[in-house]
Design a protein around this ligand. Structure first.
Ligand code: NAP
Length: 311
């Protein structure tokens, strides 16, 4: 058997990086495994306004860069690999990646969540060709064009505000006639002359040959169908989807207790399996924010340390 880490953290978002900092600082032999790129959902966030003590103009990528440096500064190692299977029972946990196998006394699952797709026809084919889940990444492609944002939560309304920097007009399409977003965010949107609303509506079809050219919107109350075409001079328009998130926890189905796809933990981030913890958006909780993800990560790392000391 190869090296046995004290703790392996799955995911390098705010929860995983905070866990990495705390575990490294506790001098635990720590490895963070990330499948793609550090940061999780937060790297697709343009502005972070509410992280305590955050600096003005803080963006997702800037905060994550500092969190990553901090974790490695405390000695947490990192590899980029996709975990495809896990064996969590027993004193030594085994994680099987595409590139190798990893062993640890404790595991912190911080694999986060991914944006929920609309699930309508044409969506998959037109991702990156008019359809996007990331305003920071793709907003600039729609300079002086029409932009539509689907959703009514904090993410949709905040990102719609950000997209007014680029779009000629930004229309929020929401399935009800009342936003879910925090009142302070709503106020900014209602006061912005570039933002319009399509209430009681959902996108049911996205059409285009290689690029988004039109979409079909349905009224949720009357069933009425409206087809929206790209203005001829633009040839396309942007659709940004912010309708919540789906936990990335398929790997753990049948291995740890879950509810509606989220991992169940107690207040100490402990799952039902000894030595296995979960932190951040992947676990069942009431508030999914950077600050709560980071707090979960800290608690999980401290509890992993206690678990090891007790072995
Ligand atoms: P959210 O709060 O779950 O809102 C999702 C929105 O999408 C809701 O308006 C919902 O409509 C709509 N929706 C869900 N499924 C839909 C479907 N199938 N078709 C059409 N519409 C659908 O998600 P979020 O805005 O991504 O936020 C996630 C978490 O991050 C929240 O806790 C939020 O507070 C937090 N967040 C905070 C900030 C901030 O504080 N600055 C920024 C971004 C996110 P209904 O309203 O009808 O349910």
């Amino acid at each position: 058997m190869d090296r046995i880490y004290d703790v392996i953290i799955i995911g390098a978002g705010p929860a995983g990086l905070a866990a990495g900092s705390y575990a490294g600082r506790a001098r635990l032999d720590t490895l963070i495994i990330e499948k793609e790129k550090d940061g999780g959902q937060i790297v697709i966030t343009a502005e972070i306004e509410n992280y305590p003590g955050g600096i003005e103009g803080e963006t997702g990528p800037s905060l994550i860069e500092r969190m990553s440096k901090q974790a490695s500064g405390f000695g947490a190692g990192k590899v980029y690999d996709t975990i495809v299977d896990v064996e969590l029972e027993g004193e030594v946990k085994k994680l099987i990646g595409k590139k190798g196998e990893y062993y640890a006394k404790t595991v912190i699952i911080a694999s986060g969540a991914f944006p929920r797709p609309i699930g309508c026809s044409g969506e998959k084919e037109l991702v990156g060709k008019g359809v996007s889940y990331c305003a920071t990444c793709d907003g600039a492609f729609f300079e002086d064009m029409n932009i539509f944002v689907m959703g009514g939560g904090d993410a949709a309304v905040e990102e719609a505000l950000y997209l007014t920097k680029f779009g000629r007009k930004v229309t929020i399409i929401h399935r009800r006639n009342e936003l879910r977003a925090a009142k302070s965010i709503q106020e900014k949107a209602f006061a912005n002359p570039k933002i319009e609303f399509m209430w009681d509506s959902v996108i049911v079809d996205l059409k285009g040959d290689g690029i988004l050219e039109s979409m079909v919107v349905q009224n949720t109350k009357t069933g009425e169908i409206t087809e929206i075409q790209a203005p001829e001079e633009d040839g396309t328009f942007g659709v940004f989807v912010f309708i919540g998130f789906v936990p990335q926890a398929d790997l753990f189905v049948g291995k740890v207790d879950m509810e509606n796809g989220y991992i169940l933990t107690d207040d100490d981030m402990k799952t039902n399996i000894p030595g296995v913890f979960a932190a951040g958006d992947v676990r069942k909780k009431s508030l999914r924010q950077v600050v709560t993800a980071a707090a979960d990560g800290a608690i999980a790392a401290v509890q992993a340390n206690r678990f090891i000391e007790g072995i």
